[in-house]
Design a protein around this ligand. Sequence first.
Ligand code: RAM
Length: 891
Amino acid sequence: MTSLHVSAPSFEHHRDPLGVGEPEPRLSWTVTTDLRDWVQGAYEIELGDGFTTGRVESAESVLVPWPGPALGSRERRGARVRVHGADGSASEWSDWSYVETGLLEPADWRASAAAPPLELLGPPDGPALLLRREFTLRGPVERARLYVTAHGLYEAELNGQVIGDDVLAPGWSSYGHRLRFRTHDVTALLQEGPNAIGATLADGWYRGRVGFREGRTGLYGDRTALIAQLEIAYADGGTETVVTDGSWRCAPGPVTAASLYDGEHHDARLEPAGWSRPGFDDAAWLPADALPHDAALLVAPTGPPVRRTETLAPAEVLTGPSGETILDFGQNIAGRLRIRVQGPAGHTVTLRHAEVLEDGALALRPLRNAAALDRYTLRGDADGEEWEPRFTTHGFRYAQLDGWPGDLDPGDVVAVVCHTDLRPIGDFDSSDPLLDRLHANVRWSMRGNYVDLPTDCPQRDERLGWTGDLQVFAPAAAFLYDCAGALSSWLADLAAEQVEYGTVPPYVPWVPLMFPPEPTAAWGDAAVLVPWTLYERTGDLGVLRTQYASMTAWVDQVTGLAGEDHLWDEGFQFGDWLDPAAPPDDPGRARTDHALVATAYHAWSARVVADTAALLGHDGDAARYGKLAEEVRAAFRREFVTPSGRLACDTQTAYALALRLDLLDGAGQRERAGRRLAELVAADGHRIGTGFVGTPLICDALASAGAYAGLYGLLLQRECPSWLYPVTMGATTIWERWDSLLPDGSVNPGEMTSFNHYALGAVADFLHRTVAGLAPGAPGYRELLVRPQPGGGLSRARATLDTPYGRAEAGWSRADGRLELRVVVPPNTTATVHLPEDGEEGGVEDGVEDGVEDGGEGGPIVVGSGEHVFSCAFRDPADDPAPPAPPARLP
Ligand code: RAM
């Protein structure tokens, strides 16, 4: 009995397709089958309005164009699909899935911005304010939607119930260009007769403090406001709309201060009981001001919101040096605490947060100008009360509780992990627990740094969308999580601000602080390389099309800056930021020349733009950027490479750039450069010598040179600086610096010392692609490239990924001189399998019966869908010398 099953279609990159902004959402589906080598021959899509495509002869199953008439605002449509294999097999119809548009046109918005009156407004990051109004429904409701957003942060309620489970809504976008609204199905919350709708409004990114040093307040405006439109369809066909306007009434509430950086103070005695229920007396409340707003800025989200994704119980209760109570949650996170407490009315409990301890006490210095301090003043309920702040998050592993009334039961406090609710899709494991912990730390740093946008860090007075950090991390991010929808929103902000400021700002959204936005290599190149990574990992040409103007504008700008000699050697650069040799107080003082880094990146981005232009059919551009890329490569060689392949900067980063970005000429130069890189790594005792720029490239560069011993020596190094050193020091996330915690356990004296920065975790991408061997061979993993390179004494490694076509896996294990490689190829795709270099002499033996095309003499093998097992002789030179010493300290 064979089986062939097709999933219900998904729409664009949405996790929850309610309130989407695409009138013609593209559809994708995956097939599960035990038929081997299954290839789709045709599909058929049926839409809920009766529209059907009939049988379409096509192998496409990812982001297939919307087949029916475009949807209008508020339209809901079911879709289902069935598929036919090229082998004559056929599936049943899939289940139905549904997509519903939000408000697509500015003219759909009738709501004003309801702003609390000036007399209620406190200083920035002061009190959160309440807004409410009542309305009466004349009959039973069939369907109701709330379209809602805010200038500031909001939490909306209907009849006493919080609407949805979003955290920090509406998130942070470049508010001057784009403000995301959410669509909620609120049918079940409404009742015939009197109803009440309300919201709590805090300053957040809109009006509160953002940015390092003094930061900025009132960046987007000095008045917070709610923009909400509740659309109700009665069962009898009538409709009703309730919008924010001057009829809403406002008052202060229990939140007396709320700051993203400093934390929240909630005085539960000030909660007006029942304020979001009908019948509450708001006579003393003040009317809101109905302010105009630009509805053209309102856009539907393309990715999921921030949510509470997990809770962690304390792993340990500690007592600090002054007798303070400190909870250790065992994991560094972004989020906040939820407490259950019982005590007298008016008593205040204080919660402080930190990522690490120093001398047994919270290390607060790395937070700089972020107090990360929450306070709860009790109502005095006899049976206790529960609280979690709503308008702040912190980056922490440890929390200090002061003023806890009575004995603390550790079960009364949990850490609530908050971040963008991205779907996890990829994973990695191996025989080395330290390497696995490193990988887990990368995942946690991704979680900690995706609180609505990709940030540098979640804890100090910064938390900005630094472009360079994401640029280097994007390939790892795109493997761990389905982040295409979320990142395309951020890229839209990047493009909008690039137009506004005339360059790609070093962080997006841009907050004017100490310096104007200046073009900088590796940071600004995010404009080109992040869309490319998304294309490579999802097969979505749309993201390239949407970002094309931004991509070309960046390369054009740099071309102008570099001038006729094509060397970008003037102006400010971050360079190989945080080179481990840079002094703690001067993180930009790298050993690698800034001009070398900048020119290398220019060549790379020009190449990627040329390839993009070709894909999009812009042939003239493709030729022009292709020529530019060659000219910049030549300029790079002229300036920085000797004819024999030595580089002007004798550094790990310089060689990594030249090798990985294909800047050298001919096998001779490459061979010499590869050898020199391996020599440098060995001379450094297999300790890492790269900063943000070299780190994501060096392992690939060593692998391309065949320097496997050097590569694994570096990857598995435990001495500082290295990837595993922090793991041996008990790290649970990736650190900003190789030595954020010094070997003596003290915190690095640099003012910029975060314990949760994903950039140096970019190496995870190499673990997936090369250690385990699961890489995209064609965009969207339509072809897998399985080319593992075992080494370092590892006895197994495996990567798994939910590709757009279904589950893929590549994993190997070895024993007694033989290696077994297991590959799972999703339906409708193929894999090109290369057995490890040292394993060729053993020959190839497919453990499965058919479908194997032996590439002959050690060449690659192309296989179709299904599970395949290969085995070959393999000898790991790392087995020969004495085995490495056991880890100093396991986390
Ligand atoms: C720091 C950030 C970030 C980096 C910039 C250059 O402030 O934390 O990681 O990209 O500097």
